[in-house]
Design a protein around this ligand. Structure first.
Ligand code: ITT
Length: 198
């Protein structure tokens, strides 16, 4: 009988990616939509690791289920690593993905290609109600495009061109993105860990 594993994210775009990335595991994968509603915890950490662990531990304790969560975002070198852990709310409270991309493109308006280097980071955390936890990090290097391109994916995908490619993540299929992405890298490592604690 597979053990239950909760995906602890309130972001439906991330949830869709995590379900795809965790496919094939011998765990009974559940999302927050399968359980009673709960407010997301405040992300008070200053690192992706701390926030990923905080979310996994919060949902694991609240639902008394083993849980995986991710904290992720975009680090732009010319902006000193911003938006970083503030990626979701870069353009202010209640902002949309489009607001964030518009702000980012404005900030980089004067930057030429080699000044537009950036990376996506994803820290994935696993936590059990009894206390066992495990955190892994995945990254993907790339550049910020000069405009938005493509309709797939979410968040900053229309402005992120992974290194060695000419299309943004939003111009790629989900399968192509997962093969390269920060979340793909983090959750391939997490999947290997989950196979050992089943
Ligand atoms: P949860 O905390 O409930 O998981 P969230 O959206 O608040 O949802 P984060 O705090 O980790 O999650 O913020 C991640 C933000 O970083 C996300 O809202 C996007 O703006 C951006 N981001 C992360 N991964 C991305 C990806 O694969 N493609 C594009 N943007 C991404």
């Amino acid at each position: 009988m597979p053990k239950p594993l909760l995906i602890g994210t309130a972001n439906l775009d991330k949830k869709k990616e995590l379900i795809a990335l965790l496919a094939g595991l011998n765990w009974d994968v559940k999302s927050l939509a399968d359980l009673h509603p709960v407010d997301a915890p405040e992300e008070t950490g200053s690192t992706f690791e701390a926030n990923a662990l905080l979310k996994a531990q919060f949902y694991a304790a609240h639902f008394q289920l083993p849980c995986v969560a991710d904290d992720s975002g975009l680090e732009v070198d010319a902006l000193g690593g911003a938006p970083g852990v503030y990626s979701a709310r870069y353009a202010g409270p209640g902002c949309t993905y489009d607001d964030n991309n518009e702000k980012l493109l404005d900030e980089l308006a004067q930057a030429v290609w080699h000044e537009r280097s950036a990376r996506f980071v994803c820290c994935a955390a696993y936590a059990e109600p009894a206390g066992l936890s495990h955190v892994v990090r995945g990254t993907v290097e790339g550049h910020i495009a000069t405009d938005c391109y493509g309709d797939d994916g979410f968040g900053y995908d229309p402005v992120f061109v992974p290194a060695g490619h000419e299309q943004t993540f939003a111009e790629m299929t989900a399968t192509q993105k997962h093969a390269l992405s920060h979340r793909g890298n983090a959750f391939r490592a997490m999947k290997a860990f989950l196979e050992t604690v089943q």
